[in-house]
Design a protein around this ligand. Structure first.
Ligand SMILES: Nc1ncnc2c1ncn2[C@@H]1O[C@H](COP(=O)(O)OP(=O)(O)OP(=O)(O)O)[C@@H](O)[C@H]1O
Ligand SMILES: [Mg+2]
Length: 473
């Protein structure tokens, strides 16, 4: 099989388990400025139920009292007006709440009115990277790479459904019996997926991937030893020289984060078209057109797929096309676009190694029903993709760029590739985290002249066989 004839000799790092629960911390981000984690209320079940009941009553009374026609102003002013009404209503209630509980009651009614109810407190914590809701009474969060139970719950399934409805209707989608699976995003760009009963057996399930106000930057990558400075500089030169780059990795390995960061190297004068299922990319360039797919309507019509958008984008005079993820028939179109003058395009696919990427692409093209011989698909791949970059979540939680591989071309029926840089895992440290070192393999990429011709100078010493950086044990 062609896998045997690949020229690289580099072993992938020891198996990691992306997406597994219970991972130790990622390095903290802005830890100093982050609010303390939501306090876990140490209250009895009955007290909690009474508190929730009171909150519901207050919320109902608030809705009865609100005169929407007379409420004007921006969100801050409205919030103040509503806070006054809620405080008045709370005063009328004959309850034995202490000062803190009363403040919490008012804050939660406001969150219910203006935000996403119980989830608001989690959304305010910038250290939370995932919020996973398994029915109304169980919410998990990932904080610093570790999964933990969150001290919040929803009143019942109807309450959770109401919040889901708020999220998806804000982006013009819906989630009901005819459309029980939905992708959406929050105002801050976080990606949301919801599955509701009867498909989700134990109540609606919501998975939120947060990028939040503080997306991971290149400084973070280098500071957290996710990549070396040399690798970062090399990738910058490759993006600026219009190489086509494929990012690969497993679930939650950091593909989208890497796509975002690679795209940040695209010069501001170029016209970028981004295509995604749920818009997650946060690019800062001035000349950008962001496109998002659309699910079918209630009659099953009107669906717009990644492929439709990709084909359309070719008529939009893009300098660069950035596709969030290729997972179906759009894969072949993406390769063709890269081969036909849209150099410098970037995308990701779900694959567990740079070699696996080729097989994944072959499978996706064949499953899409294109009757192309394998050799033709490989030819397309080899001439379209210049560089493959692999992201991986290693044992214990650290996420790294573990391989940068050049696609050199075809030898007979086989695609030849060379690893230029990679991370070699040497073991697991006392904290249960993988450690190892980044190495350069002594391979000079064949496109060095192209980098030079585009005015990108990289220090060619970085390619000499050497250890570039070691993780502390
Ligand atoms: N190098 C890194 N160090 C620490 N955290 C990271 C790193 N890269 C990404 N992350 C965080 O890991 C989480 C997952 O990242 P991301 O969404 O990019 O993964 P993905 O591979 O695109 O996931 P999916 O397969 O679900 O689309 C995010 O919260 C992101 O902020
Ligand atoms: Mg992603």
């Amino acid at each position: 099989m062609f896998g045997k004839r690949l020229t690289s000799t580099v072993k992938p790092p020891a198996a990691s388990s992306p997406g597994q629960p219970g991972k130790p911390p990622e390095p903290p981000k802005n830890a100093a400025s982050s609010p303390p984690p939501a306090p876990k209320p140490k209250v009895s079940r009955e007290k909690l139920d009474r508190f929730n009941e009171l909150k519901t009553q207050l919320h109902r009374k608030l809705i009865d009292q609100l005169d929407l026609a007379r409420m004007v102003g921006d969100e801050e002013t409205l919030r103040e007006q509503v806070r006054e009404i809620v405080t008045g209503l709370a005063d009328q209630e004959n309850t034995l709440l202490n000062f803190t509980e009363r403040q919490r009651l008012i804050a939660e009614v406001l969150d219910e009115t203006f935000g996403l109810g119980p989830m608001e407190v989690l959304l305010k914590d910038p250290l939370i990277s995932d919020i996973l809701i398994n029915g109304p009474k169980q919410v998990y969060i990932e904080r610093r790479g570790r999964l933990e139970l969150a001290p919040i719950e929803f009143r019942d399934n109807a309450h959770l459904m109401h919040i889901i409805d708020k999220i998806v209707s804000a982006v013009g989608r819906r989630c009901d019996e005819t459309c029980p699976l939905v992708d959406a995003r929050l105002k801050d760009g976080s990606r949301v997926n919801a599955v509701i009963p009867p498909l989700a057996i134990d109540g609606a399930s919501v998975s939120i991937r947060r990028f939040g106000r503080d997306p991971v930057t290149w400084d973070d990558y280098v500071g957290w030893k996710s990549v070396t400075q040399e690798m970062r500089d090399f990738l910058e030169a490759c993006v600026k020289s219009h190489l086509n780059i494929l990012i690969v990795g497993g679930t939650g390995s950091g593909k989208t984060t890497l796509l975002n960061n690679l795209s940040s190297f695209i010069p501001p004068e170029e016209r970028i078209v981004t295509i995604e299922d749920a818009a997650e990319l946060q690019l800062r360039q001035p000349h950008i057109v962001r496109l998002e797919t659309r699910p079918p309507n209630i009659e099953g019509k009107g669906q717009i797929t990644i492929r439709d958008l990709l084909i359309n984008s070719l008529r939009m005079r893009p300098d660069r096309i950035v596709v969030g993820e290729c997972r179906g028939p759009e894969t072949l179109d993406m390769l063709q676009a890269m081969n036909t003058g849209h150099d410098g395009s970037l995308t990701t696919i779900h694959a567990n190694s740079t070699r696996d990427a080729v097989q994944r692409v072959e499978t996706m093209v064949m499953m899409a029903g294109f009757e192309l011989p394998v050799r033709a698909i490989r030819n397309q791949f080899a001439s379209a993709i210049h560089l493959i970059v692999q992201a991986q979540r290693l044992t214990g939680g650290p996420r790294k760029i573990v391989t940068i591989t050049e696609v050199q071309g075809m030898e007979g029926d086989v695609i030849t590739m060379q690893d230029i840089f990679s991370f070699e895992q040497l073991g697991i440290n006392g904290k249960g985290r993988a450690h190892g070192h980044f190495v350069a393999h002594g391979i000079r990429p064949s496109f060095l002249d192209r980098l030079k011709a585009s005015g990108q100078s990289v220090d060619s010493g970085m390619f000499d066989r050497q250890v570039l950086m070691t993780d502390e044990e």
